[in-house]
Design a binder for this molecule. Structure first.
Ligand SMILES: [Zn+2]
Length: 199
């Protein structure tokens, strides 16, 4: 129906989350109408992010060096680790200004139905960090969803066994159940952090 390059663009845009066929077409035509400069800036931004951004060697947050900015920051409390599912979950927690520790990004949540098992996430790496001896508290800030809760319980049970002296806490309730952390407003999330409870 379209010239092959246009069809290719529509196909690629249609692979993005939340973008259906019609939206993909609309975006493709927007890009076709845009200045070459703007269209190239978009293409370059995508290319650059794939070339330059990797995962932090300690916490698996996004990083443009071996270690992310938070792991490099000596002022951050190295005795606390906040465990989140995705790199995008770090930002809402940072915005609350309630948390001054470090992070650990799992890369998803446990979901046996979808074939996501502990070895598919950075869970063994978390246990190794916690066992290193400097950690006082692990804050489980996985999403308040079925898979997020299951992940928190799984990790809490393992940490109790491996490192019983380390406190394991979970965000207080009050977050909208079933929603992702990244959509929580900062006041609600700040309260959930401040009111975290032992698991
Ligand atoms: Zn890091």
């Amino acid at each position: 129906m379209y010239a092959p390059p246009v069809q290719r663009l529509i196909t690629e845009l249609g692979k993005l989350p939340g973008i259906g066929q019609r939206t993909a077409q609309r975006l493709a035509f927007h890009i076709l109408r845009a200045d070459a400069e703007d269209a190239n800036a978009l293409a370059d931004a995508i290319r650059e992010v794939k070339e330059r951004i990797g995962l932090c060697e300690i916490c698996f947050n996004l990083a443009d060096e071996a270690r992310c900015r938070i792991c490099q920051d000596e002022r951050r409390d190295a005795g606390q680790i906040c465990v989140v599912e995705e790199p995008g979950d770090v930002i809402p927690i940072e915005r609350t200004h309630e948390y001054r520790g470090r992070y650990h990004v799992l890369g998803g949540a446990l979901s046996p139905i979808d074939g996501v098992d502990p070895e598919d996430l950075k869970i063994a790496e978390l246990y190794a960090r916690v066992a290193s001896g400097t950690i006082r508290e692990v804050v489980l800030a996985t999403n308040p969803t079925t898979t997020g809760e299951a992940t928190a319980l799984h990790i809490a049970a393992a940490l109790r066994e491996r490192t019983p002296d380390v406190a394991v806490t979970r965000l207080a309730s009050g977050l909208p159940v079933g929603a992702d952390l990244e959509y929580a407003d900062e006041v609600t999330l700040g309260k959930a952090l401040a009111g975290r409870r032992s698991l």
